[in-house]
Write a protein that binds this ligand. Structure first.
Ligand code: C5P
Length: 227
């Protein structure tokens, strides 16, 4: 099978990254978590006091964008690539609920999107890539051979995210996580630049009642059938 581009889009906590990692490992492809890149820019903005719950200096962030250098490094022990901001590993820092609360505001800024999309397209120019996010099948790789659009009920997703955070020792209530998931869904689907929408040629997968293995097998079947 020739190398293809696999674009996975969908709402927060729909298991996009789990599926993307499984596919990348199985196919020997590169996996890119574009949400991590938006989270990294958010972390940068927080460090430079450009954003908080009630303040956002978008112009200030746009001016500082040239100072932001992002790259991924594969960690063989973890089995996935970690996010680096200006050569510092920030993989743990970007997974906090504080970053989750602010990231969708950062992702509304067109200048931020343009910078990250350019880097994402460069990473995928040789195909053999699985990329997940919100605009991969619509904006980053509109010609991707396989496009998946993942959905699940807000409650299922909040429960998954809550369990993940609890496992990492982060103390947040289920209600807070649910509220965050719903707020991000709203902002992500209503923003002007590259809103989250299902590409016309994407295959929708509702995984509310699927196990990780069932979902992986289903997608692998699709790949074997069509490519
Ligand atoms: O995938 P994850 O939930 O980590 O993404 C965090 C946020 O980054 C999303 O809620 C969305 O606001 C933004 N994002 C985006 N476009 C992408 C990936 C993520 O706008 N391609």
């Amino acid at each position: 099978m020739n190398n293809i581009t696999i674009a996975i889009d969908g709402f927060s906590s729909t298991g996009k990254s789990t599926l993307a990692k499984q596919l990348a490992n199985h196919l020997g492809y590169v996996y890119v978590d574009t949400g991590a890149m938006y989270r990294a820019v958010t972390y940068f903005a927080m460090q430079h006091n450009l954003i908080s719950e009630d303040f956002f200096d978008a112009e200030g962030l746009i001016k500082k964008l040239p100072e932001i250098k992002l790259h991924f490094e594969f960690n063989a022990e973890l089995g996935f690539a970690e996010m680096f901001l200006n050569d510092v590993n920030i993989e743990n820092e970007i997974r906090t609920i504080d970053v989750s609360r602010l990231v969708s505001k950062i992702a509304e800024i067109s200048e931020v999107r343009a910078k990250l999309v350019e880097q994402q397209q460069a990473m995928g120019k040789n195909k053999g890539i699985v990329m997940d996010g919100r605009d991969i099948g619509t904006v980053v790789f509109p010609d991707a051979e396989l496009k998946l659009f993942m959905t699940a009920s807000a409650h299922t997703r909040a429960k998954r995210r809550f369990d993940e955070l609890a496992e990492k020792g982060q103390l947040v209530s289920y209600e807070e996580v649910l509220q965050n998931v719903q707020e991000r869904d709203y902002i992500d689907t209503h923003r002007e630049d590259s809103p989250l929408v299902k590409a016309e040629d994407a295959i929708e997968i509702d995984n509310s009642t699927l196990t990780k293995k069932e979902q992986f097998d289903l997608v692998l079947d699709l790949i074997h059938k069509f490519f």
